[in-house]
Design a protein around this ligand. Sequence first.
Ligand code: ACO
Length: 178
Amino acid sequence: MSFTPDDALDLLFPAELIPQHVKDELPPDLHIRPLASTDYERGHLSVLSVLTQAPDVGAQAWAAQFNSMRGGGAGGVPATYYILVVVSRETDRIVGTGGVFIERKFLRGLGSVGHIEDIAVAREMQGKKLGLRIIQALTHVSEGVGCYKTILNCSEANIAFYEKCGYEKREVEMAKYA
Ligand code: ACO
């Protein structure tokens, strides 16, 4: 498939929110942009499967989930979901992804917190600073929409990666799986 430019896609959020310096620092054969409504076809789930189970839910269900995350960001209604992808210009396939969702609070004078989630880089593309660029872009988005902090949960094995991205270990995660 030939590379699809941003203006030919239906994007989850405005591409301008991704900082230019992150775009410039990517290798020239790669492009970073918001998730698009047709990214099911570009291997979005396959990249996520390096992180955890990401079974093929089918194009229709994938698109319904995309549509449920869209909205806001215009007419004074703030958006909640900012998911981005790194795409190969050669193949138009997704090689990396990550997201931040914005939690709005009553405390801290109606403050917001950015939660970084689901960072994944295709195995053959790991170690090329794509993870770092994804985190830089998501942190910029989070801070750009006014979050007073950006947080994430990770395994012990990934602590060093996030430290290289400027994050530090704070507090403890608790979980209860259904
Ligand atoms: N341990 C120690 N250092 C690491 C690790 C690690 N596990 N991973 C990367 N680094 C270092 C790199 O060596 C590099 O250091 P340098 O600047 O000194 O050269 C720096 O961190 C940046 O690394 P990137 O090349 O940007 O890392 P990559 O593109 O491989 O992405 C990621 C890292 C996202 C963890 C990737 O390996 C991956 O997809 N892993 C499988 C899925 C996963 O674990 N995702 C994170 C889940 S946590 C969450 O989603 C919030």
